[in-house]
Ligand binder design. Structure first.
Ligand code: HEM
Length: 394
């Protein structure tokens, strides 16, 4: 499966994915030789992701990209990891968690997000230019937020951040992924035991009062930690790169910070960092005139779908005024992102605050030298060297 965005613009999908052959559902050869499908059309993607006849169970999937040391069959999701489950097991976890992402909790978090953002920007200014924006801003803000939400000590981040990075790294072999998964579960498991003994005011403590077992709680905690750490961080890093690369759009956002909400939606569409989304057909299903047979794997390419010209005219143009609602950057259907409301608040607070605090923010290296995080399930930049102040002084 073509994944390397570097061939042209760092923000655009590989040309093979968006080739104008107008085939929204097409055949694709998987790493193990399986002949499955690739979905690049918006309507077809919605149909697949909303249809319970397409399963999310890992053990039914074929991998689109080779993984060294991968067993013939992918093992099932660890206990509590609902991304790899179908109804009714998935529904049970989903209901329990949705009830915990309350408006009250999100409101309280918004104030903390503003404080965390201001704190990171203050530290960045104090340290002076240049800076790696990923290190000082894009990674710490979401990490502080997810730690606060779950009740995970931020000081422990070195212990879980590298494990999460391995989990999302398509280059990591199966053994490394297994070890990272185990370490993450061990870490969260110990935390869950501590919360049971002495509950605090956070989501993990809250969940200990449900009928979830410790093993389930560790799985859910590990999933939330991983999902909350990496996704928003990459949106903030890559999103800043995209805005700095489109000065007209950035000027519009600076002039009217009220545009932040729609700028965030367009960034989500344009960058589609969480990609791809695989499913397996449980029975024969017809999608857009193609008959997908039971047992075949279907991979939804979010980046291609969000550039479908039938849904988004002139899709390769980054335009914060376009009204990007309807993008599938958070997925669609039963597994649609549980943290999307939180991620939106984080980005809507963080981008305007960054550009207000640093009116002259710019890249400190030529755009072609920004290191990209390719071959990862969450796309982004691994570093973003920036500077500010008068031209030539930073
Ligand atoms: C699911 C993207 C932030 C928690 C998903 C899915 C996508 C996604 C595409 C669907 C996966 C599938 O269908 O297989 C993103 C993006 C984010 C983001 C682009 C940031 C901009 C977050 C945050 C959290 C979170 C901050 C945690 C607080 C989850 C969880 C699921 C999920 C728990 C699984 C839901 C389920 O299986 O029912 N996310 N996410 N995400 N996301 Fe996010």
């Amino acid at each position: 499966m073509p994944t390397d965005r570097r061939s042209g613009c760092p923000f655009d999908p590989p040309a093979e994915l968006t080739a104008p052959d107008d085939e929204p559902v097409r055949r694709m050869r998987y790493a193990d030789g399986h002949l499955g499908w690739l979905v690049t059309g918006h309507a077809a993607a919605r149909a697949v992701l909303a249809d319970p006849r397409f399963s999310s169970r890992y053990e039914l999937l074929h991998l689109p990209i080779p993984m060294e040391g991968a067993p013939e069959q992918i093992p099932p999701a660890p206990v509590g990891d609902m991304t790899g489950l179908d109804a009714p097991e998935h529904t049970r976890y989903r209901r329990l968690l949705t009830g915990k992402f309350t408006v009250r909790r999100m409101r309280a978090l918004t104030r903390r997000i503003e404080e965390f953002t201001a704190g990171c920007l203050e530290a960045m200014e104090q340290a002076g230019p240049p800076a790696d924006l990923v290190e000082v801003f894009a990674r710490p803000v979401p990490a502080l937020v997810i730690c606060e939400l779950l009740g995970v000590p931020y000081a422990d981040r070195e212990r879980f951040q590298s494990d999460v990075a391995v989990l999302f790294d398509q280059r990591a072999d199966a053994a490394a992924k297994g070890a990272a998964q185990e370490a993450l579960l061990r870490y969260v498991g110990a935390l869950v035991a501590a919360k049971r003994a002495e509950p605090t005011d956070d989501l993990l403590s809250d969940l200990t009062s449900t009928d979830l077992t410790d093993e389930e709680l560790a799985g859910i905690g590990g999933l939330l930690l991983a999902a909350g750490l990496d996704t928003t961080a990459n949106m903030l890093g890559l999103g800043t790169f995209a805005l700095l690369s489109h000065p007209g759009q950035l000027a519009a956002l600076r002039a009217d910070p009220g545009l932040a909400g729609q700028a965030v939606e367009e960034l989500l569409r344009y960058l589609s960092v969480a990609d791809p989304l695989p499913r397996s057909a449980l029975e024969d299903v017809e999608v857009e005139g193609r008959l997908i047979r039971a047992g075949e794997t279907v991979t939804v390419s979010v980046q291609a779908v969000n550039r479908d010209p039938h849904r988004f005219p002139d899709p390769d143009r980054f335009d914060i005024g376009r009204g990007a609602a309807g993008h599938l950057a958070f997925g669609h259907g039963a597994h649609q992102c549980l943290g999307q409301q939180l991620a939106r608040v984080e980005m809507t607070v963080a981008f305007p605050a960054l550009f207000a605090r640093f009116p002259t923010l710019r890249l400190a290296v030529p755009p072609g030298e920004v290191p990209l995080r390719d071959r990862a399930n969450i796309y982004g930049v691994t570093a973003l060297p920036v500077t500010w102040g008068k031209e030539g002084t930073g």
